[in-house]
Design a protein around this ligand. Sequence first.
Ligand code: PDD
Length: 285
Amino acid sequence: MTEPVAYVNGQWGPLAQARVPVLDRGFLLADGVYEVIPAYAGRMLRADEHLARLERSLAEVRMGNPHTRAQWLDLLGRLIRENGGGDKMVYLQVTRGAAAGRGHPFPENLPPTVVAFCQPLPLPSAEMREDGVGVIAVPDIRWSRCDIKAIALLPNLLATQAAKEQGCNEALLVRDDRVTEGASSNVFAVLDGTVATPPKNNEILPGVTRDLLLELLRGAGVPVQERPLGLAELRRADEVWITSSTREVLAVARVDGQPVGAGRPGPLHARAWALFQDYKRRVLI
Ligand code: PDD
């Protein structure tokens, strides 16, 4: 294994030695946004959609985009090459930069901090894919701008850790008896042959994998609905899935220890998974 290479503000070097100043507002105040883009055999999937979401996140927190779309694609392409290609989770983060001291107001004319690195893509194991995973339901204690991919992730981390401690793969977040999304994924339920997922609004991150899957399901003639999902509804669904850039589309076998449907990945999950794999083959090869 060659040493992972990172990008920090125009400089390339070993990830383990990559540094930003203590005064960086990302470190002090979580004043920044990020993206996670999957790459297969060295090529990014839906890079334009991820970069469009980055632009939107930056605009919503009133930060400029330090790079054009073409510059981002060059930078991330080089990052993947420098790291030997293959299946990668590409991570990028932009913060409001490092000022002369700590303060809440936005400093003027501060250059942003741009960091990018990658790791092996942590796709679900064959066992998780074949058997499905367990999830827990926990209260959604996040702010009301979950549509922004902000680096401030404490509520998500607490939920993820609670899931892990209960031997589960993900925590589903519940607001007013509705399941909004997972701590790091979007959620789908199959009820009476229809696939339902919560609508895109301020309560969820507009997942790139979510949108892609909806597009593929619609294209295949599978009935889909974007609508609020009650927790009670989810508990009696025939199938539940979660989607993300690192999980693709993963079946949920248990919610709070209770089986979902037959307690195994269902037939529509198999269809969705096959559509996703087929799409990857079509666009990446
Ligand atoms: N998380 N919802 C939340 C809260 C997320 O953090 C993520 C992704 C998603 C799925 O979005 P996408 O399909 O675009 O990956 C939904 C990434 C993978 C992470 O933080 O590691």
